[in-house]
Design a protein around this ligand. Structure first.
Ligand code: OGA
Ligand code: ZN
Length: 335
């Protein structure tokens, strides 16, 4: 049922070849050499496999719709939590937006602590971390993390100090009565592609220089390293790791260090260019879901005594791809 093979490559003859092929009435029959084994393929399966399916990495820029802020219509893209739960068409659109644009914003999630876990469960499986299954973003006295202050937070991806980095992040708004505290999202793939266009050597440096990140407090000491722009073996953009707060000093020969920092500076400048960031304000019940290996998120400063409380959690995006494939499979089969 699952298509798993019950033999290994070593069980096959080394000189496997096609003896004959017959293409008729929607099926292609193959006789293989040297043992005369016959296989019958649906033509549609072969065509589908040639143009999509497991051979194609869904995480690279090629499978995404890259965006800059002026190209987005946030109203048209709005998702609704009750509709996602009750209408399969709306669910499919929300999952598709999350995969292609890198984010989806849902309204009308119950304004209740912990509700973000219910949202995460509809998309995938919660990734528990040292911050817990759920983490709170609100001002706390003697904060050890920038999250727990009212200071602005510039565009970043979370968790660069983990290996593997959780690929999905959820931020659910419970209270937002403070002056300030607006949200922003940036498509890191779009900005990386722009850097590749404007300054190809800076792009290349950022794809091949591993950067160390660290988060340490009384009970935790996490470090991981990776390039700020990850590319696949064919050079296509596949991941962004960008977090000023937790980036460590690099160990590089001095001339390479100078070139790295110039490239880092160029990328950082493009990330904060006005057309890169889409701005919005979360209201209670909103939950924004995004690909933390592509989309950078930010917030403006807010009044320290203002009431603002978000809850967040992490999960992984492979489960979203899986769910969308299953939905489309049953739509296609008319089930
Ligand atoms: C963070 C963060 C978002 C916000 O703490 O890492 O991105 O809106 N917070 O407060
Ligand atoms: Zn963050």
């Amino acid at each position: 049922v699952s298509g798993q093979k019950l033999f290994g490559i070593g069980d096959l003859a080394e000189d496997v070849g096609i003896e004959s092929a017959m293409d008729e009435a929607g099926t292609v029959s193959i006789e293989f050499a040297p043992d005369g084994h016959r296989s019958v393929f649906a033509r549609s399966w072969l065509v589908g496999y040639a143009t999509g399916g497991p051979g194609i990495d869904q995480r690279t820029e090629d499978a995404k719709a890259l965006w800059s802020a002026p190209q987005l219509d946030l109203v048209a893209l709005a998702g609704s939590w009750p509709r996602l739960r009750s209408e399969s068409g709306h669910r499919e659109r929300c999952l598709d937006r999350l995969l292609r644009l890198g984010f989806v914003r849902l309204s009308e999630v119950p304004v209740r602590p912990g509700a973000v876990l219910d949202v995460a469960a509809e998309f995938g499986f919660v990734r528990e971390t040292n911050y817990g299954r759920v983490f709170d973003v609100r001002v706390t006295p003697a904060a050890t993390n920038l999250a727990s202050t009212s200071l602005p937070i510039t565009p970043h991806t979370d968790n660069p100090y983990r290996d593997p980095v959780p690929t999905l992040q959820f931020l659910h708004c419970l209270v937002n009565e403070a002056d300030g505290g607006d949200s922003g999202l940036v498509d890191g793939f779009w900005v990386a592609a722009r850097l590749r266009e404007l300054d190809p050597s800076a792009f290349a440096i950022l794809t091949r220089t591993p950067v160390p990140f660290r988060y340490a407090d009384g009970s935790t000491d996490l470090t991981a390293s990776g390039p700020l722009i990850a590319v696949d073996p064919r050079g296509r953009i596949r991941g962004i790791r960008f977090n000023n707060r937790s980036m460590c000093a690099l160990r590089l020969p001095v001339d390479e260090a100078a070139r790295f920092y110039a490239a880092y500076r160029a990328f950082a400048a493009l990330l904060v260019a006005p057309q890169a960031q889409v701005d919005f304000r979360l209201v209670p019940g909103d939950c924004v879901v995004f690909d933390d290996t592509r989309i950078l998120h930010a917030r403006t400063a807010f009044a320290a005594d203002g009431r603002r409380h978000l809850q967040g959690c992490y999960a992984d995006i492979d489960a979203v791809e899986s769910q969308l494939r299953v939905i489309r499979r049953s739509t296609r089969d008319g089930r």
